[in-house]
Design a protein around this ligand. Structure first.
Ligand code: ZN
Length: 278
């Protein structure tokens, strides 16, 4: 088994998104109208697990179409004021997989940590794979309410018919439930609500190290250690509870923490730099 980090371009967001400020609805206002952007664009990572039972992709990254005029809803304050994507066509996941010698037919499963555009933007590359989504997340993305919350269901492929993530009562470390992705039990999904209420993470266990594909549970490892919720989580307390679970998990088992937008995720994967929790 091998895990690869696939960087599908970069994104710039406000500092108040990376580390939330204020309370209640004010947090989102601070994201939209915050003056300071991150110092440099942050990566958008997707993950590829070359597993003996088939290739598993975790998140699909973003599409180069984000630079087309009108790709995002023009009326949407977040897309107008608070985010800038840079994705070249050759950075899309399908192109990169081909270069690695992986055919999309070999991808048996795609697992989405959540359905935000920079995680679900290239589902189009996987028409033959089972797409697994936590169903409450899929429901949240529907309709006009979903659009207000920033989901772009209209940009998803027409064939999309996601398979559920079936959590059972099997606890895994600090997590009370989990879903076994492989028969071997070395790839599991755990609930990590916060950034979105039905957000999930994927844990890959390889040679006694747990690679925690964290999606947007936090934007950086530092913010996990400092338990700083981002500025867009609808329930910051829930986000902190999830961080506590991840930290407890990492206290019990060697864990490499890999959020989707941490500039250091790729190097931590390579050097197997485990999380050090006091
Ligand atoms: Zn997100």
């Amino acid at each position: 088994m091998k895990i690869h980090a696939i960087q599908t371009g970069t994104v710039e967001v406000k500092k108040n998104q990376v580390a939330g400020k204020g309370s209640g609805a004010g947090r989102l206002v601070n994201v939209l109208f915050g003056k300071e952007w991150v110092e440099r664009p942050v990566p958008i990572y997707a993950w590829v697990i070359e597993h003996e039972e088939g290739v598993i992709v975790v998140d699909t990254g973003e599409t180069a179409r984000t630079s087309e005029a009108g790709y995002f809803p023009r009326w949407h304050p977040y897309y107008n004021l608070a985010v800038r994507f840079q994705v070249k066509p050759e950075e899309e996941i399908g192109v990169q997989l081909k270069q690695m010698g992986i055919d999309s037919k070999d991808v048996t499963k795609v697992i989405l940590t959540h359905m935000h555009t920079d995680h679900a933007g290239r589902l189009h590359d996987f028409p033959q794979s089972a797409i697994h989504v936590n169903m409450p997340e899929y429901r949240r993305a529907q309709g006009f309410r979903g659009q207000i919350d920033g989901y772009l269901l209209n940009r998803m492929p027409g064939w999309l018919s996601p398979q559920p993530i079936d959590f059972d009562r099997d606890s895994f470390g600090a997590f009370e439930s989990s879903w076994n992705v492989t028969a071997k039990g070395d790839v599991k999904v755990v609930p990590t609500p916060g950034h979105t209420p039905a957000h999930v993470s994927v844990i890959v266990t390889l040679e006694d190290i747990n690679y925690f594909l964290a999606g947007d549970t936090t934007y950086t490892e530092e913010n996990l250690l400092r338990k700083i919720p981002d500025g867009v989580s609808p329930d910051p307390n829930q986000a902190v509870e999830t961080m506590q679970n991840i930290l407890s998990f990492a206290r019990q088992r060697p864990t490499v923490y890999l959020p989707s937008h941490d500039p250091d995720s790729e190097s931590r994967l390579k050097t197997k730099a485990v999380l050090v929790v006091e």
